[in-house]
Design a protein around this ligand. Structure first.
Ligand code: UD1
Ligand code: CA
Length: 451
């Protein structure tokens, strides 16, 4: 049997006014990924799976996000927001091309899984014209109610149009639907707007399917999977659900976390074997943690790759472009950015290593700063294999410290240091005999002493 082809239409034209944000709603993030990226990630992919996203006018940032995640997806602009059925028809060209299954999903439902899409498509194989994803809502207010007779779906009634009796129904429309692709356009074209909001409701497809003598069914899922995001409070709730999922998956994959509820992960975090993450760690997008690595408490890591048996923190900040080699050690109050630290490098205390390459086994003393910005542009620091940089040194980039070189503490290095050289560039200490008395006198006189 050949697999059925699919067209997934993602509706993302809404402004998301209730988010009270200048950013389009679907670009807000959960676990380090936009709401839209989560939905696109769960939608069917691979051979025979096409994707269309309906966006609002002036939503170029949304179009860019679609291109970044699924370059094969088509975007369609819905010029006026006249309802969910109207939004689907904005993608008429894609619909007309046809597919065995048409899936419609909202861009603000980030917790949906690929497995649920597969479950929803199953009844179509058995001849149903429409399958609607339903859930039992703790509080159904605002959702479309699913009106069923036996195991058949008869209608969906929107909150504003529901009778007092219908409002008591707790089985609600999650907003995800699967249509028989050959009949979808005919069905959706029949939807009108005679309702209290004068909108074209996609939910009216159910009644039309019934009028045509076809079958509509409900597939149930948990409320947690279909939480729609309309407000910042709902965004925070979705984050909680997603974090719980990610922590559980990490624990199942063998990550040691003694207080998983305090650890924040990103949807794309990858772990090797025997990784340990201590309490209160925040991991942003694009992080890979290899076998045996330990992330100590209060560390913040974004777009970084952490080598085998490396150790990070406590209180470390790894910014984008950080790459730590095997056994590298980043200690407390150390910040790194766009920096490659090869195997065995130690940066144990209070340092900033940015726009840098540090060769294997180099030892970077406490308080070392790569001065990468001169007020105009960023410059690179190269530190050779086995180099030793004494405490409180400023390495003024662009600068190169040779292999095995030794930098005395307190140095300000402005020129390249050759391999195996010793560099000491300390300012001369000033010692004046009896000067303290004179200093205090000056201080009490004009409070602005000159030493
Ligand atoms: C919708 C459903 C409701 C369901 C609920 C689940 C309809 C009529 N109602 O209600 O049955 O219980 O979702 O969360 O479908 N959109 C457009 N263009 C439009 C209108 C909407 O692209 O003209 C998009 C929005 O960006 C959003 C989605 O469609 O992603 C849903 O629209 P929204 O207004 O949030 O629908 P609800 O009132 O939540
Ligand atoms: Ca909604």
């Amino acid at each position: 049997m050949t697999a059925r082809s699919s067209l997934t239409i993602v509706l993302a034209a809404g402004e998301g006014t209730r988010m009270r944000s200048a950013m389009p709603k679907v670009l807000h993030s959960v676990a380090g990924q936009s709401l839209l990226a989560h939905v696109l990630g769960a939608a069917p992919q691979g051979a025979g799976a096409t994707l269309a996203v309906v966006i609002g006018p002036d939503h170029t940032a949304v179009a860019e996000e679609v291109r970044r995640i699924r370059p094969d997806a088509a975007t369609f602009v819905q010029r006026e927001r006249l309802g969910t059925a109207h939004a689907v028809l904005a993608a008429r060209d894609a619909l007309a091309r046809g597919a065995d299954d048409l899936l419609v999903v909202f861009g603000d439902t980030p917790l949906i899984s690929a497995a649920t899409f597969a479950r929803l498509r199953a009844p179509l194989k058995k001849g149903a014209a429409l399958a609607v994803l339903g859930f039992r809502a703790a509080d159904p207010t605002g959702y479309g109610r699913l009106v069923v007779e036996g195991d058949r779906l008869v209608a969906i009634r929107e909150q504003a149009d529901a009778s007092a009796e219908e409002r008591k129904i707790t089985l609600c429309n999650a907003g995800v639907m699967a249509f028989d692709g050959r009949k979808a356009l005919e069905i959706i074209d029949k939807i009108g707007n005679s309702n209290s909001k004068a909108e074209y409701y996609l939910t009216d497809a159910v009644a039309i399917v019934r009028q045509l003598g076809l079958e509509a069914v409900v597939i149930e899922t948990s409320e947690d999977e279909v939480r729609g995001i309309n407000t910042k409070a709902q965004l925070a709730e979705a984050e909680q659900v997603m974090q719980a999922r990610l922590r559980k998956a990490a624990l199942e994959a063998g990550v040691t976390m003694i207080a998983p509820e305090t650890v924040y992960l990103a949807a794309d975090t990858t772990f090797g074997n025997d990784v340990t993450i201590e309490p209160f760690v925040v991991i942003g997008p694009g992080v890979t943690i290899s076998d045996g690595a330990v992330i100590h408490s209060f560390s913040h890591i974004v777009q970084a790759s952490i080598g085998k048996n490396a150790s990070v923190g406590p209180y470390a900040r790894l910014r984008p472009g950080t790459s730590l080699g095997e056994g590298a050690k980043i200690g407390n109050f150390v910040e790194t950015k766009a920096a490659t630290l090869e195997a065995g490098v130690k940066v144990n205390h209070l340092s900033y290593i940015g726009d840098a390459h540090v060769g294997a086994n180099a030892n970077i003393g406490a308080g070392t700063i790569t001065c990468n910005y001169d007020g105009f542009g960023k410059h690179k620091t190269e530190i050779g294999t086995g180099a030793f940089v004494g405490t409180n040194s400023s390495l003024v980039a662009p600068v190169k410290i040779g292999n095995g070189a030794y930098i005395g503490s307190g140095s300000v290095i402005t020129r390249d240091v050759p391999d195996d050289a010793l560099a000491l560039e300390r300012s001369q200490q000033t010692i004046r005999e009896g000067g303290a008395k004179r200093y205090r006198e000056l201080k009490t006189r004009d409070k602005k002493p000159k030493a």
